[in-house]
Design a protein around this ligand. Structure first.
Ligand SMILES: *Cc1c(COP(=O)(O)O)cnc(C)c1O
Length: 364
């Protein structure tokens, strides 16, 4: 956890007019980068009133990046708008990427490649050792195949970047022009999607007169948080951003986010410096490891399904929610009025974890 157990919360420094003007400037900066339209944007910002009432803390909102529209949606779509445009600009005809077996990133990449008429090769790393039929064949894996991608497995702990390079060499020898997208689409190009999301959210709040005090989301390969950190810095926002880790320990996660945020800021080319204090990850909700269920995740996914009619996933957004709910209960957001949870998607993975939730059978 961060060094205090309550969020730092300064009075707003920036007027709504100033925010709108800085958002316009950021739009102009972002417009220099090639982008292909893949998502339904802007995504809705909705209150979660039953959950807020139940928890008794600040008013909780959800930013619906599960509704980006591409093959059931999710956060990778915003990154892919920039990454696929870069692939096209470089003349690629084949996309290579990697992820865990139930990777939402892989699924959205296969759909983007299909839409743009490119071939797609997916390397799936077995990070959990599960032999559950649903885990290895259903959910995202089913959709990867349905989108026509070639799907290969790799053992847990393999050097997946080296595996992608080896595959690229083979494809080049076959006369193809491959483009490698790193795991999670997390590099300075992909992170631009979340620089843009920070702007989108700030404009949405300004247009409805909402003051957002904090923004919380699941953080993994770090491109989402790095983009948000960079975008919020560019518009001088004082929204308190908190990532909930799903894999690495806190020091490693924060370093990854900080490094990528500064590289993303450099890529923007405006001379923006990232303040290390704006990078916060709470990695207390990972449990036994990446992709492995926790009781808190199971409880959080069921609670949101049954109080808000919303679907969250077992690997990322469910653990992120567990963190949000627990931190509301522990008073981390005390003194704040409005806290937004960025819903990064992933519900397709629920079908890969069908037996995790201990749900009742048919009633007589
Ligand atoms: C990839 C993913 C995340 C994490 O985003 P990163 O940019 O990899 O940190 C969160 N939620 C879901 C559902 C994801 O698929």
């Amino acid at each position: 956890m961060t060094d205090t157990d309550q969020a730092s919360h300064d009075a707003p420094q920036i007027s709504p007019e100033m925010t709108v003007s800085l958002c316009k400037d950021l739009s102009i900066t972002l417009a220099q980068f090639p982008k292909v339209r893949l998502g339904h944007l802007p995504t809705p910002l909705e209150p979660m009133d039953r959950l807020s009432e139940m928890l008794g803390g600040p008013r909780l909102w959800v930013k619906r990046d599960d509704c980006t529209g591409l093959s059931s949606g999710g956060n990778k779509t915003r990154k892919l708008e920039y990454l696929m445009a870069d692939a096209q600009a470089k003349g690629a005809d084949t996309i290579i990427t990697q992820g865990a077996t139930q990777s939402n990133h892989a699924r959205q990449t296969t759909a983007a490649a299909a839409k743009l008429g490119m071939a797609c090769h997916i390397l799936l790393e077995d990070r959990t050792g599960s032999n559950d039929e649903n885990y290895i064949m259903n959910g995202n894996v089913l959709l990867d195949r349905l989108h026509g991608a070639s799907v290969s497995k790799r053992g847990g702990g393999m050097d997946m970047n080296a595996e992608m390079e080896a595959l690229a060499d083979q494809l080049i020898a076959d006369g193809k022009t491959p483009y490698i997208i790193p795991g999670g689409g997390s590099n300075p190009i992909g992170a631009l999607g979340y620089v843009n999301c920070a702007r989108e959210l700030a404009e949405q709040a300004a247009s409805t007169g909402l003051t957002i005090d904090a923004l919380v989301h699941a953080t993994g390969s770090s491109g989402t948080q790095a983009g948000l950190v960079t975008g919020l810095a560019a518009i001088k926002s004082d929204i308190h951003l908190l990532g909930i880790g799903v894999r690495a320990p806190q020091a490693k996660q924060e370093q990854m986010v900080y490094d990528l945020a500064q590289r993303t800021a450099d890529h923007l080319g405006t001379g923006l410096r990232i303040d290390r204090d704006q990078v916060r990850a709470n990695c207390d909700y990972v449990g036994p490891g990446y992709g492995l269920p926790t009781d808190g995740m199971i409880e959080a996914v069921k609670l949101l399904a049954q109080t808000e009619g919303l679907l969250f996933d077992p690997v990322y957004s469910g653990k992120g929610l567990d963190g949000l709910i627990d931190q509301v209960r522990k008073g981390y957001f005390d003194g704040m009025d409005n806290v937004v949870f960025l819903h990064t998607g992933g519900s397709a993975a629920l079908f890969g974890y069908a037996d995790t939730f201990g749900l009742p059978g048919y009633q007589d």
